[in-house]
Design a protein around this ligand. Structure first.
Ligand code: IPM
Ligand code: MG
Length: 346
């Protein structure tokens, strides 16, 4: 029997509610599909700051060391960038596949969503988030700066991940770039040179502003979209909203060893904290990505099918309620229904 060890870092806000809900589901998946999971819980963000005087304390870093995965909830600020950097989680995968059952929630017309299936691959540990930065003062007054700096090899390594993903999907890779204004960051040239090893994959460079517009106008044209850290942050929120709720999407951030950090795309949702009504689907989707990374494909598919089936039957957490026939469920009820439905799928 396979045995996995994970770290769970709930963080702040609704983080612990969504992480605990997802762990119950992960444990049932383990039982159902014949593996075991041991869970170590650690502090990050505000609770870590209060207890250790540090948003990402060394104790938490140690706890995450050597694990098969890290399941993360949410933080408002502090801790997350350090965690990504510490384990070199450079390739952030954010799949967007709008459910047919949630079409009425999308801001786009339903027919625009037919067959939409995007994967954002976002560089996560370099670029403007980590370049030289500071504040200063000179004769013109106070100023601030952040530097968008990429080593060519950082672009090449994330390009390889994106190319591999495209090869296993529909063989189309769009590169988000801004070379008309930022010519020293030649994403197109570097990705094209890596693409020589992936002859089946068609490469389409696109200016990031045009790309933002195209995601809204015609999302069906895209397969894999590769972007740097800042552009990827912005584009992936734009992509996420197509599904109708940012609460349903998960993400995986991988390093070269294939170890990963798994987190929902949504934030701490302070208005929902403690009410027991938060939607755990984004974290469950992140667990699904972790299972896929482990090769537990049956378990991952089971979670995916269960979620679709619950939506098909009309179950909705508060953020997804639109129609009078929707059946409202709180977080606990959603998990109970999920467990029940899972056991009938294998
Ligand atoms: C995300 C978030 C983070 C980011 C914030 C919380 C720093 O927006 O994961 O997309 O910009 O990377
Ligand atoms: Mg973001």
């Amino acid at each position: 029997m396979k045995h996995y060890q994970i770290a769970a870092l709930p963080g702040e806000g609704v983080g612990s509610e969504v992480v605990e809900a997802s762990l119950v589901i992960l444990q049932q998946a383990a039982q159902q599909f014949g593996f075991t999971v041991a869970i170590d819980r650690g502090l990050i963000g505000e609770p870590a700051q209060q207890q250790h005087g540090n948003f990402f304390p060394e104790a938490t870093a140690q706890l995450c060391e050597g694990k098969d995965g890290i399941l993360f909830g949410a933080v408002t600020q502090g801790g997350l960038l350090e965690l990504r950097k510490r384990f070199d989680f450079f390739a952030n995968l954010r799949p967007v596949r709008p459910s047919v059952h949630l079409r009425d929630r999308s801001p786009l017309r339903p027919e625009k969503l037919d067959d939409v299936d995007l994967l954002f691959v976002r560089e996560l540990v370099s670029g403007i988030y980590f370049g030289a930065s500071g504040r200063g003062i000179d004769q013109r007054g106070s100023y601030g700066y952040h530097t968008m700096q990429y080593w060519d090899r950082e672009i090449r390594r994330v390009a390889k991940v994106a190319l591999k993903q495209a090869q296993n999907r529909r063989c189309h890779l769009t590169i988000a770039h801004k070379e008309n204004a930022l010519p020293h960051l030649p994403w197109t040239r570097l990705v094209q040179s890596e693409a020589a090893a992936f002859p089946e994959v068609t490469i389409e460079p696109m200016l990031v502003d045009t790309l933002a517009m195209q995601i809204v106008m015609n999302p069906q044209q895209f397969d894999v979209i590769l972007a740097g850290n800042l552009f990827g942050d912005i584009l992936s929120d734009l992509g996420a909203v197509l599904t109708g709720s940012i609460g349903v999407l998960g993400s995986a951030s991988l390093n070269a060893a294939g170890s990963g950090l798994y987190e929902p795309i949504h934030g701490t949702a302070p208005d929902l904290v403690g009410k027991g009504i938060v939607n755990p689907m984004g974290t469950i989707a992140s667990v699904e990505l972790m299972l896929r990374q482990w090769g537990e494909i049956k378990a991952a598919n089971c979670l995916m099918q269960t979620q679709e089936e619950l939506l098909a039957q009309g179950y909705r957490t508060a953020d997804l309620m639109t129609r009078s026939e929707d059946k409202f469920v709180n977080t606990q009820e959603f998990v109970d229904r999920f467990l029940e439905m899972m056991s009938s799928i294998d």
